[in-house]
Each structure stands twice: as structure tokens, then as C-alpha cells.
Design a binder for this molecule. Structure first.
Ligand SMILES: NC(=O)c1ccc[n+]([C@@H]2O[C@H](COP(=O)([O-])OP(=O)(O)OC[C@H]3O[C@@H](n4cnc5c(N)ncnc54)[C@H](O)[C@@H]3O)[C@@H](O)[C@H]2O)c1
Length: 315
């Protein structure tokens, strides 16, 4: 058992890592950190420009002019993780990249994956109280369906598709292979008017717990990160002053977090020395209360009557 805490440019050397949603935010910072620590990476995102930027920054992290031995291997794919066919193609492409790269002398060697980070995600602000008519209900159901596909079902598909390669990653090795799922503080709590997202992120927590039971005996560790309010693209539409006001009221550390602060935890979970961390749902939220709802002063079906009653939308 590797139980000494050692972190350096060789920590993940030779480890094959997949990060989804790596075109921005926490996925990007996670990819950069793994690059710094020597891992081989396959990345994906919807956003082609974002991915190119991440690739460039990863190369800078491990030193563009690094020797052949020090340089990490990296390939990225434009993928919509909400689409089953695209996910299946991505899994095939990622595995053949690792296969070719791992053993050029033995092209039939089966591909190995050591770490899967299920990070890609999107936001949709909708609530049941806004579906008073047929059109409202349809919008709500569309948001729920998208949330389910992108934020929950994609995680199931990626875990299943990479399962055999992850199994090889943990087999006969000193360290286990790892799945890290990114849920949210909305995966155990809730904020107002965010119902589809809350439902999907709770599902990620449930999946993590179920897979931990299933995959632990096969030496695959499965853990989940629950970020709180973090400054990234996903919430760029919220004005800076509103974020500051919210943080002062709701976050004991009094600020939004940064993507790199979450990336440190995602990568940290996968360190070989954290060998007994399994089935955990780890908040990275500056102490944000676990049941983070701001309670409205009126029942939800009367909120529309008076704007002042909707405290949280003012934050
Ligand atoms: N920022 C926060 O406050 C916060 C809080 C809790 C949880 N999260 C979760 O953290 C994860 C990372 O988000 P972030 O905050 O870094 O936001 P972000 O928007 O910066 O990054 C998310 C990335 O996922 C990609 N993506 C979205 N839909 C996709 C799809 N269908 N297929 C492929 N890629 C897709 C986006 O293009 C983007 O590059 C998400 O799962 C998000 O739900 C974020």
C-alpha cells in the first residue's frame, strides 16, 4: 500500500486519465494539474475553442520544451456527453489512443484507464412554480431531460463504457483505479428555482454510493466532489456584486471559490496514498451550509405575488 504522501512531477507518470468538460473551469484546472503531475490525458468538451486553450495550457504546465520522457501525452475530442452515440464514440477513441500510446510494440495489448473524472455539466434555472401552463411545463420538462442526460446519465454511460479499462487499471497494481464524479452542494441540498439541476446532482451522489459498493471489491475507488459556489463560466451570468453579497451571507469563508481549489481536491482524491478513501462525497464549498436553501418567506406557489418575498433571487 502506497501510504506516504508524495506529490511531484512523477506522481501520475504513466497513469491514463480522462477528464470530461475540460474546456473550462474545474475540468480545465484538473487537466492542467494532472499534466503537471505527469499523467497522460484524454479530454473532452462541447467547446472546441476551450479545449484548444486547455491543451495549450497543459503543455505549458509540463513544460513545452520538456524532454520526450517528461512530456505528457494529451489528446482532446469535441463531444456532447448528453448524446449516447457521441459518448460511445468518445470511449472508443479514448481507449484506442491509450492503447496505441501505451504499448507501441504490442498493439493488441488491451487499453488501461487509471482515472475517470466525470466533470462536464450544465446549468438550468427552472422551478415547478413557474409551470402554471402547458408551455411552462414543457420548458420545465425539457430542462429536466437535458439535466438528466448531461449531468447524470452521461456519468452512468462513461462509467460503464470505461469499466473494463478501469478494471485493468486497478488489477494487480499497488494502487487502485479511480472514478471521481463532480456533483454539487445541490447534490445534497437545494437552492430555490433550481429543481432540474438539484435532481440530476442528487442522482450523481446516489450513483457514487451505489458504484462504491459495486466496484470497491474490484479495486476501483469511487468518490464524489460537491463544489459549492465556484467562479466559473457556468455562473458567469451572475453579477460580481451579487456573488459577493451571496458569499457574505451564505459562505463562512465569505467568498466564491476558484476552480483550481476544487481541482486540487479532485486530483488529491486520486493520489495513490489516499488508498482508503472510497464512497465519499466531499464538499468543497467554503463551509456553505449542507442544506443550502434560502427559505422564501411565503409558500412557493405565492412567490410571484410579491417580488420582495423571493429573497434568494435578489442575492
Ligand atoms: N461553478 C460552480 O459553482 C459549481 C458548483 C457546483 C457544481 N459544479 C459542477 O462542476 C462541474 C464543472 O463546472 P464548472 O463550474 O467548471 O463550469 P464550466 O462551465 O466552466 O465548465 C463546464 C464544462 O462542461 C462543458 N459541458 C457542458 N455541457 C456539456 C456537454 N453536454 N458535453 C460536453 N461538455 C459539456 C462546458 O462546455 C464547460 O467547458 C459541472 O458538473 C458543474 O455542474 C459547478
Amino acid at each position: 500500500m502506497a501510504n506516504k504522501l508524495v506529490v511531484g512531477s512523477e506522481t501520475f507518470r504513466g497513469h491514463n486519465v480522462v477528464v470530461t468538460g475540460a474546456g473550462s473551469g474545474m475540468g480545465k484546472e484538473t487537466a492542467k494539474l494532472f499534466s503537471t503531475l505527469g499523467a497522460n490525458l484524454v479530454l473532452c468538451d462541447l467547446n472546441a475553442d476551450g479545449l484548444k486553450k486547455t491543451e495549450r495550457e497543459c503543455k505549458e504546465c509540463c513544460g513545452d520544451g520538456a524532454s520526450e520522457r517528461r512530456r505528457t501525452k494529451l489528446k482532446s475530442f469535441v463531444v456532447d456527453v448528453g448524446c449516447r452515440a457521441e459518448v460511445e464514440k468518445f470511449i472508443g477513441d479514448a481507449l484506442s489512443y491509450f492503447q496505441r500510446d501505451d504499448d507501441k510494440n504490442n498493439p493488441n495489448a488491451p487499453p488501461v484507464l487509471n482515472i475517470l473524472v466525470n466533470n462536464a455539466g450544465c446549468a438550468d434555472m427552472f422551478s415547478l412554480s413557474h409551470c402554471q401552463d402547458e408551455a411552462g411545463l414543457e420548458n420545465f420538462e425539457r430542462a429536466l431531460e437535458r439535466q438528466w442526460r448531461v449531468n447524470a446519465l452521461a456519468v452512468v454511460r462513461l462509467c460503464r463504457g470505461f469499466y473494463t479499462a478501469l478494471l485493468r487499471g486497478g488489477r494487480g497494481k499497488k494502487s487502485s483505479s479511480n472514478i471521481v464524479n463532480i456533483s454539487s452542494s445541490e447534490g445534497t441540498g437545494a437552492t430555490l428555482f433550481n429543481t432540474p439541476y438539484v435532481m440530476a446532482k442528487h442522482a450523481v451522489v446516489g450513483l457514487t454510493k451505489a458504484l462504491a459498493l459495486e466496484l470497491g471489491p474490484q479495486n476501483i475507488r469511487v468518490n464524489c466532489v460537491l463544489p459549492g459556489p465556484i467562479n466559473t463560466q457556468i455562473n458567469h451570468f451572475i453579477p460580481k456584486e451579487s456573488k459577493e453579497k451571496y458569499a457574505k451571507k451564505m459562505v463562512p469563508l465569505q467568498r466564491y471559490g476558484e476552480a483550481s481549489e476544487v481541482a486540487n481536491v479532485i486530483v488529491g482524491i486520486c493520489l495513490p496514498c489516499l488508498s482508503y478513501l472510497h464512497g465519499a462525497c466531499i464538499p468543497v464549498d467554503g463551509g456553505h451550509p449542507p442544506r443550502n436553501a434560502l427559505l422564501p418567506s411565503k409558500p412557493w406557489w405565492r412567490l410571484e405575488e410579491d417580488d420582495d418575498s423571493n429573497q434568494s433571487s435578489k442575492l
